[in-house]
Design a protein. Sequence first.
Lengths: 266, 277
Amino acid sequence: MNKVMFGRFIPGHSWVHRMDPRAKLVLSFLYIAVVFFANDFWTYLIMTLLLLASVVASAIPLGVYIRGLLPLFWLMIFTVLIQVFFGVGGHVYWQWGWLVVSQDGLNSAGLILMRFVLIILVSTILTFTTEPLEIADGIESLLSPLKKLHFPVATLALMLSLALRFVPTLMDEAEKIMNAQRSRGVDFGEGGLRQRVRTIVPILIPLFVNAFNRAIEISTAMEARGYQDGENRTKYRQLKWHRVDTASLVIYVISLSAVIGLRYFS
Amino acid sequence: MAIIRVENLNYQYSNSDTKAIDDVSFEIQAGDWVAIVGHNGSGKSTLAKLLIGLMAADSGKITIDGQVLTPDTVWQIREKVGMVFQNPDNQFVGATVADDVAFGMENRSVDRPTMATKVEQALKQVGMYDYKDREPANLSGGQKQRVALAGIIAIAPKILILDEATSMLDPRGRQEILAVIQQLKADLNLTVLSITHDIDEASNADRIVVIDDGHFVEEATPSELFTHGRQLVDMGLDVPLPEKLKDALQARHVTVPRSYLDERGLVDWLRTSRLNK
């Protein structure tokens, strides 16, 4: 499978799948924040165990997560190398001109790599187990206090869910346009970069034109169906907070408090 | 009783020299099924949009169920009129079938328990209840149009306007949706106004109104109108696409098979033909 795994949804009925998207969003953010407090073996051990427990609870094999990391492999190598060569201080192991490999450099490289992997993995758990639409619902619900400041939360959420709803439609359309161009003799896989970019243009132009026409028709249809403004509407989809959410919250809060406790009070 | 009354209606697009709707007047009785036929660009879709205030007429008067259409009454009138559009995808707003049916009710601030019952009821009426959690990408055009109908009947309108609602469907989807509409019309005592090219859809109507170039041309019952034969084409009713293509090819002196072709047969023939003259 050479498709990009990062950001995909994998259907299932695991503990994590059944969780409320709000709980998953909040816990992911908490986790990412606390990653920056971890600074030694024990704190990282707790963070890693908590993550592995969540991976197990998602009932998706670890291998799938690793594949999700692969596209970011070079970025990770690059960050690590920068840290290794430009972190200075402590015992010097090796030196060549201005390139120095020192103890502090290696330490911070390890730290950064660890943080990088943990943050990517925890956000991957969120996207693997939560439909995009649920994420949109979760964001709307979490942002709802902003309504008091007249921020158009509901309108924003509707925009987001409409955009998500039309992703497959537009993909289909792109496919159709490509086939139409192919039948006229365009070869998409051929030629250098210039040539390839040139073959993209006759796909993008009809795609954009159609997308705008669609948008006009959709807004007409929405108006005909009684849509006046985003804010004074009721919601059909409802989020439900279950016991799994409370349980997960408790586990996360205890573990993450332990990390902060170890950092400041040991 | 006339549920729709249109008097001396005029409309002109700002980028056009001629009127899209030119002094049109007609009445539709409650409980009738009226088809409006005409060529592309004859003004029939413009008429539909004017009727529910999606565009404002230049002059003339529209009365729906005893209420005159003005900027102040437009939202009340939209409570009474449901409209199904041509493109099944471009009116499917919800992420799933159930969400889409609920959209109109959400706009009217209906509370959640009522919405849940009505969504279920409406979906059962159009035979789409088993699909309630499906996403639009996994539905056929005909199924999407049935969902659009469910979304409309959930808000209990008195009038249903079909703006070429079957024109993008295959023949089976078209038959299915027409059957559903007939059933709904009988059950809910709807008035149906269908704008169409399709001869089957027009034949369902009690009366047919022909318009051309924004003018009102003729009003008749289907059986009266269908005696016109080939003239129907001039009025904007469609002969099947394969026949139209064959006519067009023949006009360019291409030899075409004499037997009737359905769309599949047409595609097969086109693929193997060299379009010999």
